[in-house]
Structures are given as structure tokens and as C-alpha cells.
Design a protein around this ligand. Structure first.
Ligand SMILES: *Cc1c(COP(=O)(O)O)cnc(C)c1O
Length: 825
């Protein structure tokens, strides 16, 4: 649906500057996602740290002409002669208002989904169940935020027959806006869990906040057996129809009479609104899938799907891959695997994701795409649109797979293109063999079997992997940012290969989230990041005298902690003819490791800095010895005092601003009043709260698989030196991880355990170099099953406590041969 700019001006109550006519089809809030500039309306949003107004010049250059702003640029007639600026008080509210007015245009059922878990799965499954009967518009991926929801609702158009949207909140007060935008006629509450609990005083408060979403909905769908929900609901004046389900209450609108699990499927017997007994089956047996399917069943029956149709479609439900997987592939390729779904909108999002990766220059951007499974569009038109999109998104090599794709090959306008009717044809072709040094987006509807392509392209080295959840890392980043003023800058410590998580992918994500500095230990780490397209400021904490040239060549800014280092650096810079090279001055306020003495060295330091122009102090800092413990508060205060005085002295000697910083992860949380100009975030980013050894959001999960199972009789022993005595007949599993992978030998001999299908399995006997043995007696498992060494379900601190060390040592000890796999929504 196209809106004129005049209409939008009225709808959002803006004051318009500029008189150009324009038709708007696309809303944009993130400049990196620009695709169709002429028809785009950009909302300059101000968030804590970022200000969308900064991107106006760049967007204007790229062809955007329409902007919603809080501040109209000066001299706009001269600088932006062809632009329209719509001035509002708050750009985010304007975006939400526009979505709300757009929603008002539709008198169709709209399903709104709120709750702590399962929103995306319910939404995608509803799509799978409903879309053969009706045209469904839904939130792309998990667009469920204050920005994501309006962008999702905007996607409704003349063809839409039902809307299905997610609503997610992280703090009180957010739900009201989302309700007004979605205006759900059927509101679904999946459940109430503990996510984002830190911002709510109680579960009930959170439950209440969620219920705001339901207030005016005609129908509300929820779990009638959930006591918290029913309790809160009883106190809440809800006038609509309550469509709850229950396993106990025979009078429930959806009474679940039986749930029968078989090997790979579950059959659910139900009675809907007192009618006949019916049943449906799903190809899953886990609890979340069963619950989500019941929720979908109520909504679908409510929307007129018959019990037979329901059963037919439930059996075909596909798992929802929630996250895009990035993997290192063979021959220098990076693989982005998106099997989420295969419609046009999700292709756009995946291409956008690919483009945001600052991978090596000189690598080809390749797309492997299956037939697009989307009802209602003429293939010619659809594939011409696909061609337009992939060209705009900079795809250089196009590989199309599937019969429709093959027949539409002339409509794809990418110069380097090839087409195959099946995956098999493709993997036996020279096109497959010739893939090298490419960033490859693999996007295929499930029935095409693209898994096979990924399997063949991934480097297989070892069956032990470290899974790194980039979303969790971003959540941790935001957790710490919440203690900081918006203007305080942030250094993220990614030394020691990002505390073991792998510095390149971590750096890419942090760069995308616009942290001010990245810090690594040595120059080679920094150079490697540059080689991988990292353009952020990079600090080198332990600059070696032999690596100055590497630093200069790669714009790496060294820490300077001694006169000897300073002199050598100045000399090296002078020889290269370099002036004003930024450096970071470290003061020793109590660690007694490295640094200038704040009480005795300052005058000398200032004088030496003043009498040269090769380097310039960009920042001055010191490091707390014990900000993680209240026991050291007095000492920390003493450190701060020394630092405060000496750093002011340094600043006073120079006209330019010198950033002062001392807070590390624990300091940010414990002494936010000492945040000064910048903070340095380390361990907290990777999920460990150094204040209490708790986990904020777990980032890294170390996993392996069972290689072999065997029965061992009582009296026998397991492993080297006959250390693992078996007292009762036992089942022992061998797993391919040993001390050479970073599994410390001191965890062996039943001192620690790992998790097999959620149950604890102790290490038996000595841990070997490449293999360990665990006791799985009584645990339901088989060869090939996954084993968690630490991670989402087993905090790394359990291991570090057994080893009487700190989690840093365990995390940084994971060896390089363990492949890192990154996940991102
Ligand atoms: C490692 C390091 C940090 C980060 O410390 P965390 O406790 O992990 O937050 C901060 N500053 C310096 C100088 C460091 O070496």
C-alpha cells in the first residue's frame, strides 16, 4: 500500500518542511538496511547511544528524500534541496502512530502474540497452518519490539486476510504502545517466564503488564492450567471471550483429553467447545512444541480451519529455525545458513544480514536460493522482484535450485548465475567444486534438502564445538550499558580471542552495535581483526616493541605504561614521519603490574609527552584490583582517588580532551558513579557476572557428542592408570574431548560432571588428551547424542569452582581446534 507524503504528514501530525511529492512504500529505521531509496521514509530515532539524525547526510546521498525528524537540519533548502522533512516531537512515537493508523484501515482478524517464550514458534506455525486457506501477513523473524512491531504491522496490504504479530516487552510501560499498534482481535498469551525479570518487581507485575495487551481483544487464548495467569486474570476486568485450554477442566473451551507420545510424534485428543472428540498429530515430542501446537489449534479452529485440515497441517509442521547460523566453510568460504523460511521478505532480511558482515574485501557475495514457496504471486513477477532485490543487495553470484527457479532463470539479472533443478545436480557440478573465498548465503525451503549443501561445505574437524550466542552477548552489552550514562563511551575487551569466544565474530557484532573501542592483547590480534574488516578503534593492551610497524600500518592504538616503552614508540613513530599517533596512558594505582606511578611519574610523563609530537594521549586509565568484592571497597576508593588526581593533572596539561577510564565489568555495576568518560567491559560481556559469579545471559556453550557406549562390570576400571574404579555395573560413554581441547584433567575422577540429555554424568577416571569417559548409568542416551560440557544448562562457574579457579581461565583455555559456531537471530 502506498501512502503519499502529504497523507503521512497528516496521519502523524507532523510539520512539513519541503514540497517534493513522494509516494512511500517502505519505512526505514536503520540506515544499513536501505534498499529502495525513492520510496523510503526514514525515521531518525534517538536511542540511548545512537541518533538517527547522524545518518541523514549519508541517506540523502544514497537517494533517500523523505525523513521524519525531531530536529530539522540547518540550511536544509541548500543542503537537501529535494528532501521533505517531517518534524515531530518524538520520531519513535511518530512511527508507532503511523503503524496504528495503518492498522485502522483493516477490518480483518489480527492475532497478537505475547508471552515469554514460544512467540515466534506459535507465529510461524500459525502461518504454516493458516496460509493454505488465507493470505497471512506476519512479523518477519522476531520483530517484536517497540520498533519491530510497527514495521511488521506496516507490511499489511490489500491482500492481507489475517495478520499475525508478536509483541515483546522488556520493561513496564511498553505494552500499551504495542497494543494500540497491533489492536489484536485474538490475543494469545503463550506463557509467563523469567526473561527480563530484572525490570519487573514481581511475576505478577509482569503478568499484569502483559495483560494490557489483551484488554480490548475480542478473544483471549491462554493456558487455563497456569495458576499464575488465572490468578492475575481473575483480578483483571476482561470482557471478551476467554478461549483457554486445559488438561483438567472438561468445561474448558479446548479440553485436552489425551496427549500420547510415540517415537517421533505426539497425538493430541481434544474436545473443542463441547463438540465432538477430535485429534491431531505433530511430528515432535518435546513439551514446548506440544504446548505451542495447542495454542495454534485454538486460534486455527477459531479462524474456521476444520479439524481435518488441522490434523493434515499439524502433521506437516516444520521446526522453526530461529537463528541464522554462521559457519566457517571449506576453501575460505563463510556460510550463512538461513533455513528459517523462504518467502520474499525473509530473503530480504537474510541478504541484509549478509551485507552487514564486514568480511574481507575481495570475497564474492554468493546466494544459493531455492524456489520461493509463496502463494498468490505470478512466477514471472515474483522472480523479477527477486532479481531486483538481489541486485540491489549486491549479490554477485547467484545459484538457483528448484524446478520453478530453473524455468525462471531468464528473469534473474545477475551476471554470474547458474541454475539446477535439484541439490544433487548442483553438488555434482563444477559450480559447486569452484566455490572458494566467498560469503555464501544458503537459503532454501526445507523440502529442497539444503542441509546437504551445508554439510558438504562445512569444515569438519572435530565433533566438539563451542556454540557462541551473539544475541546473548548483545543482551549482556545492553545490561552493562543500562548502568552507564548515554554519553559514556565503552571499550569492549576482546583479548585472548574474546575470552575464548573467538574475536572476529565477536568484534563484528560489537562493531555493529557501535562500541567505541575494542581492546586486544597484542598487535597481531589487532592486525588480524583489520584483515577481517573491523574498522572500529582498536586498543593494544600489551604492545610489543617489535610490533610498532604492525600497529602503525593497521591503526592500532597502543597502551603506554613505561618511559622505556614511550621513548621507543616515539622514536619509531618519528622514523615513519608519523605525528599525533593516539596512545593510551596506563597508571598503576595498586595492581602493581604495569603502569606509570601516579604519585611520582606525572611531571616527567607530562614533560616527555609535551616535548614531542609523534604521539598524543587519547586516554588515560587505571585498573581496579578488586571491584568484584565489597571487601576491597576501601582500597578501590583509594585507587580511584589516586587516579582521579593524576589523570586531572594530565588533562590540565593539554588542550584536547583526554578520556579518563577506570571501571571494568564489576566496576560498572558496583561503582557507576566512577564511570568517568569511558568504561572497559570484559568478563560481563561473555555472560559472567564477576560480582557474584552468576550468569547474566549465557554466551558460550561447549558441546560434544557420545562416540561410544559400553557396559563395564563392577570391579573393572576405566582409563589410564586404572584410576576409574567401577563399583557397580555401569554404562560408560566416551566423548571426543580431552585436556588438549581445554577440558582440565583435574575435572576427572568424578570431581565434576557434564550433562547428557539434561542429566549429570560424572567424568570417570583420568581425562585423556583427546577423549574423556563419563558415567551414564541410568541416563537414557545413545551414541551420537549431544553432551554439554558447560553452557546454557551447566554454568561454567561449576567447573571453575571445582578447579578452584576463575571462569576466565576455563573460557580462555578452550583450544583453537574446537570449532566455534555463532548464532544470531
Ligand atoms: C581485562 C581487562 C579489563 C576487563 O576486566 P573484566 O573484569 O573482565 O571486566 C579491563 N581493563 C583492563 C586493563 C584489562 O586488562
Amino acid at each position: 500500500m502506498i501512502y503519499t507524503i502529504e497523507k503521512i504528514t497528516t496521519l502523524i501530525g507532523a510539520r512539513r518542511f519541503g514540497e517534493e511529492n513522494a509516494n512511500i512504500g517502505f519505512l526505514l529505521t536503520d540506515s544499513r538496511s536501505l534498499c529502495f531509496p525513492e520510496e523510503t521514509l526514514f525515521f531518525a530515532l534517538k536511542s540511548g547511544r545512537n541518533d538517527g539524525h547522524h545518518y541523514i547526510p549519508e541517506l540523502y546521498r544514497r537517494g533517500v528524500r523523505n525523513f521524519v525528524v525531531e530536529d530539522v537540519p540547518e540550511n536544509m533548502e541548500q543542503v537537501y534541496p529535494k528532501a521533505n522533512f517531517l518534524k515531530v516531537i518524538n520520531s519513535l512515537e511518530a512511527l508507532q502512530r503511523l503503524a496504528e493508523r495503518h492498522r485502522d484501515e483493516f477490518n480483518i482478524p489480527v492475532v497478537g502474540i505475547a508471552g515469554s517464550n514460544g512467540k515466534t514458534m506459535v507465529k510461524e506455525w500459525l502461518y504454516q497452518i493458516l496460509s493454505p486457506n488465507m493470505h497471512v501477513t506476519r512479523s518477519p523473524r522476531s520483530y517484536n519490539s517497540q520498533i519491530g512491531v510497527p514495521l511488521s504491522v506496516w507490511l499489511m496490504n490489500e491482500q492481507t486476510q489475517v495478520g499475525v504479530f508478536e509483541a515483546g516487552i522488556s520493561k513496564p510501560g511498553e505494552m500499551l504502545a504495542l497494543r494500540d499498534i497491533v489492536q489484536p482481535s485474538i490475543a494469545v498469551l503463550t506463557n509467563i517466564g523469567t526473561a527480563h525479570q530484572e525490570n519487573f518487581s514481581s511475576m505478577e507485575e509482569k503478568c499484569h503488564e502483559k495483560l494490557i495487551f489483551f484488554h480490548d481483544a475480542e478473544k483471549m487464548v491462554y493456558d487455563g492450567d497456569d495458576t499464575l495467569v488465572t490468578k492475575v486474570l481473575a483480578t483483571f476486568d476482561y470482557k471478551g471471550e476467554k478461549l483457554y485450554w486445559s488438561l483438567k477442566d472438561k468445561t474448558a473451551p479446548l479440553y485436552i483429553k489425551a496427549v500420547e507420545k510415540k517415537d517421533t510424534a505426539t497425538t493430541i485428543t481434544y474436545i473443542y467447545k463441547g463438540g465432538e472428540e477430535n485429534r491431531y498429530s505433530i511430528p515432535f515430542i518435546d513439551k514446548a512444541s506440544i504446548t505451542n501446537s495447542v495454542t495454534c489449534a485454538i486460534v486455527a479452529l477459531q479462524l474456521g480451519i476444520t479439524p481435518d485440515q488441522l490434523d493434515e497441517r499439524m502433521q506437516l509442521l516444520e521446526p522453526v529455525a530461529m537463528r541464522m547460523e554462521v559457519k566457517e566453510g571449506r576453501h575460505g568460504c563463510t556460510l550463512i545458513n538461513d533455513s528459517y523460511n523462504s518467502d520474499f521478505k525473509s530473503l530480504d532480511i537474510a541478504l541484509d544480514f549478509m551485507n552487514r558482515r564486514p568480511d574481507h574485501k575481495g570475497r564474492t557475495r554468493t546466494l544459493i536460493l531455492s524456489d520461493i514457496v509463496q502463494s498468490g504471486e505470478q512466477p514471472e513477477k515474483l522472480y523479477r522482484e527477486v532479481s531486483d532485490l538481489v541486485c540491489k543487495r549486491g549479490v554477485e553470484k547467484f545459484i538457483g535450485i528448484g524446478p520453478v527457479m530453473f524455468s525462471q532463470r531468464d528473469n534473474i539479472q545477475v551476471a554470474d548465475k547458474s541454475f539446477f533443478t535439484t541439490v544433487k545436480e548442483f553438488i555434482h557440478s563444477p559450480v559447486f567444486d569452484n566455490l572458494h573465498d566467498e560469503v555464501i548465503l544458503i537459503k532454501g525451503a526445507r523440502q529442497f534438502g539444503f542441509d546437504r549443501i551445508t554439510e558438504l561445505l562445512v569444515q569438519k574437524v572435530h565433533e566438539t564445538v563451542l556454540e557462541v550466542n551473539l544475541n546473548a552477548m548483545v543482551d549482556n552489552l545492553n545490561y552493562y550499558r543500562s548502568f552507564m550514562k548515554p554519553e559514556t563511551k565503552l571499550v569492549c575487551m576482546i583479548k585472548a580471542d574474546a575470552y575464548g569466544a573467538g574475536s572476529v565474530e565477536i568484534a563484528k557484532t560489537l562493531q555493529e552495535h557501535r562500541v567505541d573501542y575494542l581492546a586486544v592483547a597484542v598487535a597481531d590480534e589487532g592486525a588480524m581483526l583489520r584483515g577481517n574488516g573491523i574498522t572500529s578503534n582498536i586498543m593494544i593492551m600489551n604492545p610489543e616493541m617489535s610490533a610498532f610497524k604492525t600497529m602503525f600500518d593497521n591503526d592500532l592504538e597502543p597502551e603506554v605504561y613505561s618511559f622505556r616503552l614511550l621513548d621507543a614508540l616515539v622514536k619509531a613513530a618519528e622514523m615513519e614521519g608519523i605525528t599525533d599517533y593516539p596512545v593510551h596512558i596506563k597508571l598503576d594505582t595498586g595492581m602493581h603490574r604495569l603502569g606509570f606511578d601516579p604519585e611520582h611519574d606525572m611531571e616527567e610523563l607530562i614533560s616527555r609527552l609535551k616535548h614531542q609530537n609523534a604521539v598524543i594521549p587519547r586516554s588515560v586509565f587505571s585498573h581496579f584490583v578488586g571491584s568484584d568484592s565489597d571487601n576491597f571497597d576501601e582500597f578501590s576508593a583509594h585507587q580511584f582517588e589516586l587516579f582521579d588526581k593524576a589523570s586531572r593533572q594530565l588533562q590540565a596539561a593539554f588542550d584536547h580532551k583526554i578520556l579518563r577510564h577506570i571501571d571494568n565489568s564489576a566496576g560498572i555495576e558496583h561503582f557507576p558513579e566512577r564511570q568517568l568518560d569511558m568504561c572497559r567491559l570484559g568478563l560481563g560481556l561473555y555472560g559472567i557476572n564477576p560480582r557474584n559469579n552468576g550468569v547474566i545471559n549465557n554466551v558460550s556453550t561447549l558441546k560434544t557428542t557420545i562416540l561410544q557406549l559400553r557396559h563395564v562390570k563392577a570391579g573393572d576400571t576405566v582409563g589410564y592408570s586404572r584410576k576409574g574404579t567401577i563399583e557397580h555395573d555401569s554404562v560408560i560413554a566416551a566423548i571426543p574431548i580431552g585436556y588438549a581441547d581445554g577440558l582440565n584433567r583435574h575435572l576427572g575422577n568424578r570431581r565434576c560432571y557434564c550433562l547428557v540429555n539434561g542429566q549429570r554424568a560424572q567424568y570417570v577416571g583420568n581425562i585423556c588428551m583427546d577423549v574423556a569417559m563419563i558415567d551414564v548409568t541410568g541416563i537414557d542416551c545413545k551414541e551420537g547424542d549431544s553432551v554439554e560440557i558447560f553452557g546454557d544448562n551447566l554454568p561454567v562457574t561449576v567447573l571453575s569452582d571445582v578447579l578452584d579457579t576463575i571462569p576466565y581461565e576455563v573460557l580462555t583455555g578452550i583450544s583453537n581446534r574446537v570449532k566455534r559456531i555463532y548464532f544470531q537471530d
